[in-house]
Design a protein around this ligand. Sequence first.
Ligand code: F6P
Length: 325
Amino acid sequence: MGEGNAVQRIGVLTSGGDAPGMNAAIRAVVRKGVFHGLEVYGILHGYAGLIRGEMNVMDLSSVADIIQRGGTKLYTARSEEFKTPEGRAKAVENLRQHGIEGLVVIGGDGSFRGARELSHLGVHTIGIPGTIDNDIAGTDYTIGFDTAVNTVIDAIDKIRDTATSHERTYVVEVMGRDAGDIAVIAGIAGGAESILIPESPFDMENVLDKLRRGQERGKRHSIILVAEGVAKGMKIGEQIRLATGWEVRVTVLGHLQRGGSPSAFDRTLASRMGAYAVDLLRQGKTSQVIGLQGKDLVAIDIDEALTMKRKIDLSIYELASILSI
Ligand code: F6P
């Protein structure tokens, strides 16, 4: 076992919705851990697998050939049982039986709440933000967001081709349960005519006015981006059709936004965060969540991260509106 490590055996799991780049983070945890002489266990199926004791030692070659793959090699799940004290007790017992003292949890808010519970039960836990939604306080970016945005832009570009040919209005619904980040960044980069997000109340009359003004100026096609947290794209499409009488088409991008090979940004972010998580555990840290602030990685107390209010950058949203006048 490695010298100078506060923990000798650690585990890594992915939890909640998967995100491109999770594999790169797993790889980094395993390789950095092994580099420092730690034994690293991969826990399958998130907290559900932890309760069932699904864990295996991972060696260097177990994470070969995954940095470029979307999804998660460790599988993921949302576990109701883990929300109960009995479920958590089973999870801790399994970790103890394997001598695992530290755990890296890659996921979103819900996963971090689970990590916090484990830390109260004596397990050293470090959270890595992995979700396409980018909805975690304390970090500028979550792993998977950049790839998802690029996937959406690719879709918008393709939809715009056919929207132009047919001179139609398109509504495109994107993911982001309670967050408009994907819609805003993909919207400005894809030149969407209007972007509807949960963080900013919108007036349908304004959306319609803008569409009509565009038509009067000779605009023959438009793309309205709707974050799923606002309304169903179908509903918005129907409202536009009824109010204008135009032909409107609706595309719901859905889970294709969660897949695909991670971008260079996400691979790099995941590699850095995975390695940093191992360093924090080696130093004996617990109950921390990693964030990217500017160019730097930071470790934030998990309680603070879970109570901090996350703010979307509305200046980009406003700029998108000005540029799509
Ligand atoms: O949190 C990530 C996310 O992709 C959200 O954007 C979306 O609302 C949700 O997960 C979908 O979850 P499920 O995997 O249950 O369909």
